[in-house]
Design a protein around this ligand. Structure first.
Ligand SMILES: [Zn+2]
Length: 277
């Protein structure tokens, strides 16, 4: 599943290729992709002849700026964007949408699992409505720091990993990076949020920024469940300290990494380095 660093990588690749291009035609092969209450023809008519002015990201949503409208794309489990000039390069089976561009290239949305979504909203309004209005700030947001996390999270008694994954609280941390952040902060993922000190939240905040920044630098992680696009692979998987390292020795203390379940999510920890609060 793509997380913030992988989505950031997709955005930067798309930006290089499609900004300034005009959408000349659209085929929607899987209409359920579109979550806005709008007919497919209306969707197409709204977007045809629009120029792609910018591509940005809010949490794990990709925002295509099309002037008065924005197309909001969420990749969920397996969604991918391809920029190609030959449709025979991709397997037709999983293509859900094809945007023909004015330079002869195609921007293709492909999704083997069919969980990804499109929303089409007015640019003036989309930040005030779902799905974007619910998204919490990212660790990089100026308003976020250890005190912010402490005040936001210490009133409940959930597991810290569960609340880090809650995109309405803080956005952009998914399963891989939650494991890596909590290892870096030396905190057990099943620590209760109301037991953690301000100092612990400061550590979580610093580790979040550090891990996500490094992952973005390396283009995200390419692991079995996710590839950013054709021929694109991230390198952060080589720096994973706990995630997917079951039965391998901890880099700090040599204790074997174990895999547990935290609220149903596979979770990798060093039971020696990570303290349970
Ligand atoms: Zn250890």
């Amino acid at each position: 599943m793509p997380e913030l660093p992988e989505v950031e990588t997709v955005v930067s690749i798309l930006k290089k290729n499609v900004i300034g291009k005009i959408i000349k035609n659209i085929s929607i092969l899987y209409p359920n992709l579109i979550k806005t209450d709008i007919l497919v023809d209306e969707f197409k008519n709204t977007l045809i002849n629009k120029t792609i002015l910018d591509i940005t990201r809010i949490g794990k949503y990709i925002i295509f700026d099309l002037g008065d409208y924005v197309l909001i794309s969420h990749l969920r489990m397996e969604g991918k964007w391809f920029y190609i000039n030959d449709l025979s390069l991709v397997s037709e089976k999983h293509i859900e949408a094809i945007f023909s561009l004015d330079n002869g290239y195609y921007l293709i949305y492909d999704d083997t699992r069919k969980f990804g979504t499109f929303n089409l909203e007015l640019k003036d309004e989309y930040k005030k409505i779902n799905p974007i209005v619910k998204i919490g700030p990212e660790p990089f947001n100026e308003a976020v720091n250890g005190i912010y996390l402490f005040e936001l999270m210490s009133k409940s008694n959930k597991y810290i990993k569960t609340i880090l994954l809650d995109q309405t609280k803080i956005s952009g941390i998914g399963n891989i990076y939650a494991d890596e952040i909590l290892f870096d902060a030396k905190i057990h993922p099943e620590s209760k949020t109301n037991k953690l000190s301000l100092n612990a939240y400061n550590n979580i905040y610093e580790s979040s920024k550090k891990i996500l920044r490094r992952a973005i630098e390396l283009g995200g992680s390419t692991i079995s469940t996710y590839k950013a696009g054709h021929g694109i692979s991230g390198k952060f998987q080589n720096e994973l300290k706990v995630h997917l390292r079951k039965n391998e020795p901890c880099f700090v203390c040599k204790t074997n990494i174990i895999k547990i379940k935290v609220n149903g999510r596979g979770t990798y920890i060093c039971s020696n380095c990570q303290i349970l609060y």
